[in-house]
Design a protein around this ligand. Structure first.
Ligand code: URA
Length: 230
């Protein structure tokens, strides 16, 4: 939210007072004087006026989990274990999943409380590739790569998928890189050829690669350099 709106939403300041506070250098966000009324204040920002703390700011948190098969990409589920059950952190219900995976899909899952950051990771507009290792029931044919590169029409959403890159690894295995994360996208792409996906594992999201030291079900905090990659 803009800093002028953040301040004028507080009962103690009207819009005229907020304008003055800003031009008189009395507002600090994360320790820096802010004069620009458009400056973005987030739930993680520390906001002070004349040295008085108005919002302490929550620390943003970022985790990488190796999702095992047989757990739901949800924060709550009445029947099945969820990925959040694997996370042992305080206030874990503040966290959300950046890019869900199906029940039996394994691999890289990012969990955070920072919605702006996670949107950059998942929005198709930022064009960050999501890379999957895929094993199929039948042989992967020569036409697949070209069809995936052109995009496939998904009638339910009335859209054509963005160009995807397929690298064949064996007769029934491949690495597929997609930009969006539509519902069951990879399975539906192979389903176009009547070919069932038997194993699906996410290796990478943008520049974030699943840590090979993490066993299924294990997680760790992202390092600062990894957070800065997105
Ligand atoms: N595409 C799928 O079909 N399933 C997943 O879990 C992820 C991508």
């Amino acid at each position: 939210m803009r800093v002028d709106r953040f301040l004028s939403n507080l009962p103690r300041f009207n819009r005229q007072q907020v304008r003055l506070l800003l031009v008189e250098n009395r507002v600090r966000v994360d320790g820096q004087v802010v004069r620009d009324p458009h400056f973005d204040v987030r739930e993680f920002s520390r906001v002070e006026v004349d040295g008085e703390l108005l919002q302490a700011g929550k620390p943003p948190r970022f985790f990488m989990l190796h999702k095992p098969a047989g757990c739901v990409s949800a924060t709550r589920d009445p029947q099945h274990p969820t990925v959040l059950d694997l996370i042992d952190e305080q206030d874990k219900h503040d966290l959300h999943i950046a890019g869900r995976l199906d029940f039996n899909t394994t691999g890289l899952m990012i969990i955070t409380n920072d919605g702006t950051w996670s949107r950059r990771l998942t929005q198709p507009q930022t064009k960050l590739p999501k890379v999957y290792y895929v094993e199929t029931e039948q042989d992967i044919g020569p036409a697949y790569a070209e069809v995936f590169a052109h995009g496939l029409y998904f009638a339910f959403e009335d859209l054509t998928t963005q160009p995807a890159e397929l690298v064949q690894l064996g007769p029934k295995s491949a690495r597929l890189s997609i930009i969006e994360g539509r519902y069951h996208q990879v399975k539906r792409m192979f389903g176009h050829f009547g070919n069932k996906v038997l194993r699906l594992h996410r290796e990478r999201m943008g520049a974030l690669t699943l840590d090979a030291a993490l066993q299924p079900g294990e997680y760790r905090a992202l390092r600062d350099d990894e957070i800065a990659l997105i």
